[in-house]
Structures are given as C-alpha cells and as structure tokens.
Design a protein around this ligand. Structure first.
Ligand code: UDP
Length: 328
C-alpha cells in the first residue's frame, strides 16, 4: 500500500514540485490547500483536499481519511515586503495556521513533520556564510513568523514526541524540467520570474531594488537553489524521519551567492535577450547578503544538488515561463 503524505500548500510553487517528487518516489501526496495563493492546475500528482489550516475540524477529518505517515508543511505567506507592510497578517496567518496543523498532526498520531523554513530567519549577518548553528535574528515579520514555527516544532517534539526535519531555504528558482509545474505567483514579486516577464515584454522593465548595498556591485547577493533539488532534499528528509533518526535542521543552499546584476547578466545570456532595467530604491526588509552551504544536508541526508547552477535554473524557468502559466 502506498504511503500517504499530507502536503500543505501542494498547489503552490514548491509544494507542487514536492508532490511530483513524492509521487516519483512511490508516495501518495495528498494536497491540502486553501487556494489563497495556489493553483488548481498545479495539483497533478495526487488527491486534493481543499481546506483552510485554521479549520481544525476539516484537518481532523483529512488526517482520519488519509492516515498520512508524515506532513510536509509548505503553506505560508512568504513575501518579505508584504510582511513589512502588514506584519499582523504574517504573525496571524503563518503562526496560528501552523499551530493548528501541528496540534492536528499530534492529535492524529502523525509524528513526522517536514517544515519549510527560510534563511530570512537569520536576518542580516554581515555577509558570513550561514549554517545551521548561526544565531537567528530575523529582520522582517516573514522571517520572524517562520522562526516562531521552528520553536513550536521543538516544543511539540519535547512534549508530544513530534519528529521534525526543518529545512531553511535560500532562494528557490527554476521549474520542473518537463514544465508540468513551475513558478507562478499572483502578484509576482520574485526576481527571476519578474525578469523573464521584462524580457518577453509582459512587463515594461525590471526594477533593481537598491544599488548601494555593501557588495561588489552594490546589489543584494542571494544563494539560488533549483526547486527540484530542494524537493529532493524533502524526500530524503522524509526517509530520515521514517528511519527514526529524529529531529534536525538543515540549510539548503548552493554555497554560492549571486548579485541581482549577475542574475540579470546570466538571464540575458541564457535567453539571448535584453532585460530592460530601472534602478530603484532598496526594498524594506532585504538583507544585503544571504548565502549558505549545504555541508550538513549533503553529509547526513546524502543530498546532491544536480540542477542548482544559475544557467540551468534560468533555462528551466524560461522554458516554463514560455509554456506553462496557470490561468485559474
Ligand atoms: N529584487 C529586485 N527586483 C525585483 C524583485 C527582487 O531587485 O523586482 C531583488 C531583491 O531585492 C532581492 C533579490 O532580488 O535582493 C531576490 O528577491 P526575491 O524577491 O526573488 O527573493 P527573496 O530574497 O525576497 O526571498
């Protein structure tokens, strides 16, 4: 019998790729999504349960129906800028909905939990290469809300025996190479899809948010990881939990940072088109540099990123961009 995994946010960018990876690894991904930000067309690899994480009765019914061996929790609001303008939204939505989910999982006896956390929990760290032991000092409500959920998981681990693998993501990019699913947000705020929009004329230009950061070319540096590599790590995290190896935290970075201008230059090279640019102000809440390695994930989980070079990420994103927008 196939093992069921409850995937919150399975209709979103990373969650939909995770569902494909889970299906390919022999699991049944059961998507739980409210469609606040997800897409019905992205639910292709397993059953769908529509619902809100705050709806505890609905969650209890879904746990009872599918008896998942684990939860993968992707559902969240995840925009740094929005979290600075409306922190209450982030604290309420991300933290309270995760609490509801964690309590439902514990009540159902589902003790394996894989959680999407973020490098935004670290804040601005003066350009050091981050790892799992770097102290977390979030500088925006998004990062703060994710750190609070990490704390919750530790507490429920101690009180209820909940085992969690926490992944701190860096910048996720690219798309399924078969273009079955990809990155599509409404509204879009992320660098690479906005740049591709500017390249193909869907938008007039890309605004570069700040050219006066203390970096070599003055723009922010980020560590980009291919979404398919990222979700492969989640399957390994699930196997880690199934093997009874206990709770742990892993950073998923490529170990190399690229500035906004370097990403633009590489996109021009991959697409052979110009990116029209406007020089803008800094975006509130942005750290200058966020880069991590993945030594621990490689060593302990056996994670080997395969597509996380900038050329492949942009080429996969471009293929999806040209072929696969959702429209519901
Ligand atoms: N960025 C930019 N223009 C945009 C969107 C993003 O210059 O229209 C910059 C942003 O300031 C950050 C980097 O690109 O330094 C990546 O931003 P994104 O929103 O893609 O991801 P985040 O780092 O917020 O997770």
């Amino acid at each position: 019998m196939s093992k069921n995994v409850l995937v919150t946010g399975g209709a979103g960018y990373i969650g939909s790729h995770a569902c494909k990876a889970l299906r390919d690894a022999g699991y049944t991904p059961v998507t739980y999504d409210s469609f606040v930000t997800g897409w019905r067309e992205a639910v292709k690899f397993g059953p769908l349960e529509e619902g809100d994480l705050m709806d505890r009765d609905r969650l209890d019914a879904v746990f009872a129906r599918w008896e998942p061996i684990a939860v993968m929790h992707f559902a969240a609001l995840s925009l740094v800028g929005e979290s600075m303008r409306n922190p209450g939204l982030y604290w309420r939505h991300n933290v309270l909905s995760s609490l509801s989910l964690i309590e439902a999982a514990c009540a159902a006896g589902c003790q394996n939990f894989v959680f999407s956390s973020t490098c935004a929990t670290y804040g601005d760290q003066d350009g050091v290469v981050l790892n799992e032991t770097t102290p977390q000092h979030p500088i925006n409500a998004y990062g703060g809300s994710k750190r609070a959920i990490e704390d919750m998981l530790r507490d429920f681990g101690a009180s209820h025996g909940l085992n969690s693998v926490i992944f701190r993501y860096f910048n996720v990019a690219g798309a399924d190479p078969e273009a079955e699913v990809g990155e599509f947000h409404q509204p879009e705020t992320h660098l690479i899809p906005l740049m591709l929009d500017a390249i193909d004329g869907r938008r007039p230009a890309l605004t570069v948010f700040g050219s006066d950061y203390p970096t070599a070319d003055g723009t922010c540096i980020r560590d980009y990881v291919h979404v398919c590599d990222l979700v492969d790590a989640h399957v390994l995290g699930l196997k880690w939990l199934e093997a009874g190896k206990g709770s742990d935290v892993f950073c998923l970075g490529s170990g190399k940072g690229f500035s906004v201008r370097e990403v633009i230059a590489q996109s021009q090279a991959v697409t052979n088109r110009e990116v029209p640019i406007i020089e803008g102000d800094r975006r509130p809440g942005d750290a200058a540099v966020l880069v991590s390695g993945s030594t621990k994930a490689e060593r302990d989980l056996g994670w080997t990123p395969k597509r996380s070079n900038l050329t492949t990420m942009i080429a996969d994103a471009w293929r999806w961009h040209q072929n696969g927008h959702y429209d519901s």
